[in-house]
Design a protein around this ligand. Structure first.
Ligand code: SF4
Length: 405
């Protein structure tokens, strides 16, 4: 039996059931993985918390986060960047609050945002209280770093009063001095000790709405730290490889670090850290989740690398299609393959496919079956129209179910 490219996507099953006999339409994610055990990911059972309206942990979908890099005090610029991130599908956005001007602007930004915002706080407990009052859904704060017990109590009370959760964020580059002395250098065990220390402070205040991250720029250290932490505590885990680098290297490191943890069932929310436009972080985040079949958004394009056999310019076509189909958020798959060597096989597993042939034309596949011929000329417009129509069909088929939720 062939495997579809959108495993577990009921959208696809509903939209193309009549023409996809190789993929039973009512097949659930569980059933799907039970017949393909090599696809199953046994997710760690964490407790569920809320970041505003978004659930994190438990059986909630794994969320994608990013962070603004505008000056927070410049509310207009930050609101615009939050909007761009929302458009890219970002579930939760983090905003730095280094000073009072930032927390003052935070209120306006939070009012304009559709997604929940996390206020990033370092050391200044007052900023934490101000951000909670200004509409933060979550505070990224390490309670052990904000001073005496009275301050911690005030921040926890502000979080409780305003329905904020918290994220403890341990970073290998900024571990406490005594832990560095004890362990000799940053290492997974020191990071976990640090995280549990901060967690105990919150637990002592009977505050349990928190998640934890233990990030390092080295994927080995990151993965080992999360593995150890996952054994030690049941709170949701926010995954990330910190300071991963520019787009290409950062994507590779994140895919290895975040990807291997998710594959092992660890992780409830992710942030890909790139020295790039934050929108790229969201795209890469979704690509990691898509690759593991954990979440689907937008058009998943399967393309061959092309060679002398290609019946059309595969690389240029895929680049254009990626841009022209970027507005579609409905999960579906599209194969663009240069020739019949791999085209029919790949098309069998996708919702829409195009395989190059001879004489300036190729075959269009719908739901895995050859449907009609199409000249290479005008092929991009034709495929865009087909994919848009399929996305609309899938959305319409899912509308009653979504309305009932
Ligand atoms: S599918 Fe055809 S065109 Fe594409 S790389 Fe393979 S042989 Fe070459």
């Amino acid at each position: 039996m062939a495997q579809r490219r959108n495993p577990g996507s009921t959208h696809v099953a509903l939209g193309f059931a009549a023409r996809a006999p190789y993929f039973p339409p009512a097949m659930s994610t569980e059933a799907h993985t039970s017949v393909r055990p090599w696809r199953a990911i046994d997710r760690r059972k964490s407790r569920k918390i809320r970041v505003g309206k978004v659930e994190v942990g438990g059986d909630a979908p794994i969320t994608v986060q990013s962070m603004t890099n505008t000056l927070t005090a410049d509310a207009a610029a930050t609101i615009e960047q939050v909007r761009q991130l929302e458009e890219a599908g970002c579930d939760i956005v983090r905003v730095s609050c280094p000073d009072e001007d930032s927390t003052a602007a935070f209120r306006q930004i939070a009012r304009a945002a559709k997604v929940p915002l996390v206020a990033d706080i370092h050391f200044h407990y007052r900023r934490g209280i101000e951000a909670a009052q200004a509409g933060a859904a979550c505070l990224r704060i390490n309670p052990g770093n904000i001073g005496n017990a009275a301050r911690v109590k005030e921040v926890v009370q502000a979080a409780r009063d305003h329905g904020c959760s918290m994220r403890i964020g341990v970073n290998a580059g900024s571990l406490e001095r005594d832990l560095l002395e004890q362990y000799g250098e940053p290492c997974p065990a020191a990071m976990v000790d640090s995280a549990l220390r901060h967690a105990r402070i919150l637990q002592d205040h009977d505050f349990h709405e928190f998640k934890i991250s233990v990030k390092a720029s080295d994927p080995f250290m990151t993965v080992a730290a999360y593995q150890q932490l996952a054994e030690a505590i049941d709170c949701p885990l926010h995954l990330g490889v910190t300071e991963a680098g520019a787009t290409r290297t950062g994507t590779v490191k994140s895919a290895i670090g975040i990807g291997s943890l998710l594959w092992a069932g660890i992780g409830d929310t992710i942030r890909v850290s790139l020295a790039a436009d934050p929108v790229e972080e969201v795209k890469v985040g979704f690509d990691i989740l898509k690759s593991l079949g954990l979440r689907h958004r937008g058009v998943n394009i399967i393309a061959c690398p092309s060679c002398a056999r290609q019946g059309f310019n595969v690389i240029q076509t895929v680049e254009t299609l990626e841009q022209r189909l970027a507005h579609i958020s409905t999960p579906l798959s599209l194969s663009i393959i240069g020739c019949v060597v791999n085209g029919p096989g790949e098309a069998l597993m996708t919702d829409v496919g195009f395989t190059g042939g001879g004489k300036g034309a190729g075959m269009v596949y719908v739901a895995g079956r050859p449907d009609h011929k199409q000249d290479n000329e005008g092929m991009v417009d034709h495929i865009v129209a087909l994919v848009e129509a399929k996305a609309a069909e899938i959305e319409a088929a899912n509308a009653p179910a979504e309305a009932a939720e």
